[in-house]
Design a protein around this ligand. Structure first.
Ligand code: SAH
Ligand code: SF4
Ligand code: F3S
Length: 463
């Protein structure tokens, strides 16, 4: 009998990837994806621990699930980074939870779920196993879209003083080259045109190559670029200190590598960077960006910022604004500092008063929004290759991505989903671009059956 599975995913892309793998692992047990917790037989919360708000969400969500469980007797599992960090505490506060499983052991979900439904008691699994979960994942079953994530590296050895990731995801570890290539070939064979390589420190990738030697991310990208049909490669998130010369060269040499880079700096103040244990200064970051831009002049950048880190003065914050003005970002994420239990920064002196931190966040976001609006507006009049990924809200509208990761909305383009097509950008708004298909295509619109081939002819896509 088919049972219904509902997974709610919080946090970063790595959790999105993991949730898809969990669904695949549970399919052989008869679980098919459902669309609401109210009708599910198994609910999984795949949690994030990065900031207090993110991690508290799991408790409020569990509070909502409790009456559903009492009424229907479904199973409830908590996975992800909060499960890893708080394990037993979750079971203490929410004793009706059936399974708690950390990010490195979810390959054992089928067994844990079976055990919980048999025994009726809670099952806790947060050990970091000696074998890798990747060796236990089944072949992907669900049809992927034109763009897919592929985890190549996990964990973090950097220990920034504010961050829980080294504790929730464990030590840095890279998947072997052959495993990554096999997964990428499979994705390409199923129609994927773009992959985003994922890792907490993806540019620290050093997976074992076929010859037993270590391979850099640049090497891996070059090997992936050989796979027919894989036209776009992205990777996230990078650390400035792991940005090697061969990766910079790859941005010059590999046309599949998209000219968009998420390179978090967190702060523009040397003093705060030191307190954060980022192990680089502002000038080193600015010099690095100069070097990457020399290799790839049209590179667009994004970053993460934390404001209100303990000890941050007005002067430090001014340094952050100054760095932002110097770099010019295409988009960015900025957060209020959130003290995390067990991290060194949580007990540092001179916490910043909440209203001061909030007004800084406001000022930083205003500047970053201006830059984003200007970057998007500057695309008007250009022609950009767009990978169409899904239907839009209007009839026959399609939504795709520019090389710079901007969302592009185009009317009468839904027949182009899965293709990379040259699009004339008409205007740029804060969060998306509006484009149209070149007039020539419209004029010579062939009968429906031939249209797919014709659209490919105008596209940037090699056949
Ligand atoms: N590995 C990546 C980012 C991982 S976490 C890197 O090194 O940049 C994603 C972002 O969350 C971080 O870049 C940081 O900006 C933010 N973040 C992490 N811990 C935080 C905390 N305690 N408070 C506020 N923001 C935090
Ligand atoms: Fe966290 Fe720093 Fe590691 Fe990024 S590099 S995951 S911010 S500890
Ligand atoms: Fe959150 Fe864990 Fe990702 S803490 S940001 S889900 S690595």
């Amino acid at each position: 009998m088919t049972k219904r599975l509902f997974i709610k995913t919080y946090g970063c892309q790595m959790n999105v990837y993991d949730s898809d793998r969990m669904a695949e692992l549970l399919a052989p047990l008869g679980y098919a994806p459902g669309d609401a917790p109210e009708t599910a037989d198994l609910v999984i919360l795949n949690t994030c621990h990065i900031r207090e708000k993110a991690s508290e969400k799991v408790y409020s969500e569990l509070g909502r699930l409790r009456p559903i469980k009492e009424a229907r007797g479904c199973l409830i599992a908590v996975a992800g980074c909060t499960a890893q960090a708080e394990g037993a505490e979750i079971l203490r506060r929410m004793p009706f939870v059936d399974v708690v499983v950390g990010p490195q052991s979810y390959h054992r979900l089928p067994e844990l779920v079976a055990r919980a439904s048999r025994a009726g008691g809670a099952v806790l699994e947060t050990d970091v196993p000696v074998d890798s979960k990747f060796d236990h994942l089944p072949e992907a079953a669900n049809a992927p879209g034109p763009s897919a994530f592929l985890t190549v590296q996990e964990g973090c050895d950097k220990f920034c003083t504010f961050c829980v990731v080294p504790y929730t995801r464990g030590a840095e570890w890279s998947r072997p080259v052959a495993a990554v290539l096999a997964e990428a070939r499979d994705l390409a064979a199923r129609g994927v045109r773009e992959i985003t390589l994922l890792g907490q420190n993806v540019n620290a990738y050093n997976g074992e190559g076929p010859d037993g030697r270590r391979s850099s991310l640049a090497h891996l990208a070059a090997a992936l670029a050989e796979i027919p049909g894989l036209d776009r490669i992205r990777y996230t998130t990078s650390h400035p200190n792991d940005f090697s010369d061969d990766l910079i060269a790859a941005h010059r040499d590999l046309q599949q590598l998209m000219p968009y880079l998420h390179l978090p700096v967190q702060s523009g103040s040397d003093r705060i960077l030191r307190l954060m244990n980022r192990r680089h200064g502002r000038q080193a970051y600015l010099d690095l960006i100069d070097r990457i831009r020399e290799a790839r002049p049209d590179l667009a950048l994004s970053s993460d910022f934390i404001v209100g880190f303990p000890g941050e003065t007005d002067r430090d914050f001014e340094d952050t604004l100054d760095l932002v003005r110097r770099v010019g970002y295409a988009s960015s994420f900025s957060f209020l500092y959130s003290p995390r239990p067990g991290t060194p920064a949580a007990t540092m002196a001179a916490p910043v008063p909440d209203e001061v931190a909030r007004s800084r966040l406001h000022a930083l976001q205003a500047l970053l929004t201006n830059q984003q609006v200007a970057f998007n507006a500057a695309q008007a009049g250009r022609t950009l290759p767009v990978l169409f990924e899904k239907r839009g809200r209007h009839s026959r509208q399609a939504i795709g991505r520019s090389p710079f990761l901007q969302s592009v909305h185009v009317d009468d383009a839904d027949h182009l989903i899965g293709r990379i097509v040259e699009v004339e950008i008409v205007s740029g708004q804060q969060n998306s671009l509006t484009g149209r298909l070149p007039v020539a295509t419209e004029d010579a619109m062939p009968p429906l059956r031939q249209r797919a081939t014709a659209s490919r002819a105008v596209g940037a896509t090699p056949a």
